[in-house]
Design a protein around this ligand. Structure first.
Ligand SMILES: *Cc1c(COP(=O)(O)O)cnc(C)c1O
Length: 233
């Protein structure tokens, strides 16, 4: 288990790296949300990380979110970041701050129905498969506008921006063009002024590549192992 000191040092290091990357790009570091990715991380560690400054948590399994959200005794915000199965949508509640992984119409319909039922508008990001890897979820860039048009009338979903997962690499520079392309897509879509669709948020960058993502315009970075250590499944 990660020690308190290690956790604290990791968080300070990541925050410093974000601030330095923001400065290189002439950005205000306060515009960038550091999301702690807490899949497999126990609630006790999550609470400690909250006390060291991680106030937003991202889970990729709904069950894990439900279990932990009842245990973690902090005033935190919860994000769903991984592939979301349609049959799990019925467990989502009004505490969900942001869903990062809207990637298909059937999921949008399920969220819309759930939102109607519980009286909530789900804030969502549309996941885009910028790299085109067949193993990755997400809407293809060329289909993004049509996808947004087809969900813009759903009143219990509010699209706030885009999310992508870059290919895994040991050389972060290699994925800069992926982040740049997501940024360009968001600017282009914003210019279309589609009703009920805003492009304020860009969720991109993980432990290996977040500094580059910040340089390219990320507003949310999703950091797991650089804060909590390697995951043990
Ligand atoms: C696990 C995960 C992360 C965090 O990965 P790290 O490399 O540990 O920072 C970010 N985004 C998604 C969608 C994930 O599933």
């Amino acid at each position: 288990m990660i020690s308190d000191q290690e956790l604290k040092t990791n968080i300070e290091r990541v925050k410093r790296n974000i601030a330095e990357a923001a400065a290189r790009a002439g950005r205000n570091p306060d515009e960038i949300l550091l999301l702690g990715v807490t899949k497999t991380v126990e609630p006790e560690i999550m609470q400690k990380s909250y006390d060291y400054g991680i106030t937003h948590f991202g889970e990729n399994r709904v069950q894990e979110y439900i279990r932990k959200s009842d245990i973690v005794k902090r005033d935190c915000s919860w994000h769903i970041i991984g592939r979301l199965q349609t049959n799990k949508v019925k467990y989502l509640d009004r505490r969900i701050y942001l869903i990062h992984s809207l990637d298909r119409i059937s999921l949008a319909e399920a969220l819309q129905a759930r939102g109607e039922k519980i009286g909530y508008v789900f804030p969502v990001l549309v996941q885009v498969n910028v790299s085109g890897e067949s193993t990755k979820a997400g809407i293809a860039p060329e289909n993004l506008k049509d996808f947004l048009l087809s969900i813009s009338k759903m009143g219990n979903i509010n699209v706030r921006g885009l999310m992508t997962i870059a290919p895994y690499t040991n050389v972060p520079e290699e994925v800069r063009h992926i982040f740049r392309k997501l940024k360009k897509l968001s600017v282009d879509i914003a210019g279309e002024r589609i009703e009920n669709i805003s492009m304020e948020e860009l969720s991109m960058g993980m432990s290996g590549d977040y500094a580059i993502a910040v340089e390219e315009g990320a507003t949310i970075v999703r950091i797991g192992s650089a804060i909590y250590g390697e995951r043990i499944y």
